[in-house]
Design a protein around this ligand. Sequence first.
Ligand code: ADP
Length: 568
Amino acid sequence: MTMQKTPLLMSRLLDRGAWIAPDEEVVTLTGGGTHRQTYADTRRRAGQLANGLLDLGIAFGDRVASFMWNGWRHLELYQAVPSIGAVLHTVNIRLGAGDLEYIINHAEDRIIFVDEDLLPILEPLAPAIPRVERFVVCGEPGAERWETSLPNAIDYEDFIGGYGDAIEWPEFDENAPLGLCYTSGTTGNPKGVMYTHRSTYLHTMAEAMTDTMGLSATDCACAVVPMFHAMGWGLPFAAAMLGAKQAMPHRFMAPEPLTGLIASEGVTVSAGVPTIWQGVRAHLEAEPERYDLSALDRLVCGGSAPPVSLIRWYWDVHRIEMIHAWGMTEMNPLGTVSRRIAKRSHLALDEDARFANVAKTGLLSPGLEMKIVDEEFRPVRQDGKSLGELLVRGPWVCSEYYHDPQPEKFRDGWLVTGDIAAIDAERYLVIADRSKDLVKSGGEWISSVDLENHIAGLEGVAQAAVVAQPHPKWDERPVALVVPAPGAELSEGGVLAHCAKQFAKWQIPDDVLFRDTLPLTATGKLDKKAVRAELEAEGYRLPDLRGEAGAPAPVPAFASTPAPARTA
Ligand code: ADP
């Protein structure tokens, strides 16, 4: 052995930012304006918090939960909890009561840190989560003191105020757990993914790379993606490591306050799901002169596929590069990214070809491996057309769910993602769909995502969802649900004619339904499960099946289709 075996601990990376850039700011939107503190303050307060947690008897590996928006205190938890060897369980505040009860009990959280405005969600749950010993309430600065029916509640400032900031972070094995995040993407109960120090350390390094998010100490980073969702895609960690300024929206994620924050704090890079950037775009179109966005350079967009029309709009109108990212809670979460110029050969490409690349799911992050397999787990051809199940492996890919074995999701050291995808000749990953959202029609697959993104490109369309509906002859047929932009005049014929420009006849939806809104998941993506459930509750039938007394019962999905190995 010739080199030191220093463990890859996040305490080392996070202390670096505070050390090299002690005066750099962490700015958070509040009800009354902004809260501002420096990295030196953050490090001091994280020390106080850590001493408080140790004094309460929080031991190595114990779960400490947060029920919070993105903000300075959440960042203090991100630093203090893992640095003492405890596990930060970031609870998704948007889950329903049943899921919340399940995951808090399943994780055996000992303490929950909760933002004051979220108390009404937790309070009714208290009798169902008896193992939680303490609630620490993060009050709104300048507001009257909170009140709560939660037992054993203490104010965050009172809690940390009782402790000194001096602490030496302990050294332990880099494979120690660091953070716990539950995903609701699978069927059944939410599944826990336990990130380790090693996985998060390597992920942070890879994410910051020039060809990934291109993060720098000179950036001002704004994670709109919640810190309770896959660790805010790692952005709070990476920015803290670099000593980059951070701007945090807290609960103010509507387009107006968010765009205001981005403009006033000089945000250079931000990250969120496509629905966020669609909302910001609509706001900017309504008030084109209001904001100075000249500092904003990159928008990381992932969680679902952004339409190419959106990617183009930000570049054409504002010269902002949308970085398309794919990942999963199961992988810390970054898997691939797609940038305007991702290879030296792309320097010679014209803009159309560059955007066609950005719209693909992306190039593999260094450190990971991926492959596409058929139903027998044999690799398929990498020709951009041959679809199959996507498998991934690497140091930030989970090897099991937390206390919940799901052997069909893990195979020979690979994670079975549940995504149906192809790899093209340029080695781009191109996701067609989630296996459960693909439309299987007459033995062929139709990508709901491709149709949605194409429909979203039609003038006057605010949002589109495409879901499968059962059909006795074809197994399934696609149906489009469209939310028109305010004041837009859209017709079924217009939407279908637009689809016919790009898709074959058999791929075009059988029906177009106009809606005022579409349901979103807890992470802000289109909730296709809910869309399908709504249609079922309405007794929806495809146009050619309506009025058919005694129409044959629909054939169960997958009955005659070459479905890949199914996951969940
Ligand atoms: P949830 O299922 O709760 O939303 P995740 O964020 O872990 O949790 O979801 C990961 C899944 O989201 C991926 O497996 C994939 O299906 C989808 N996804 C993420 N990014 C993209 C993208 N850029 N394009 C298409 N699908 C994506």
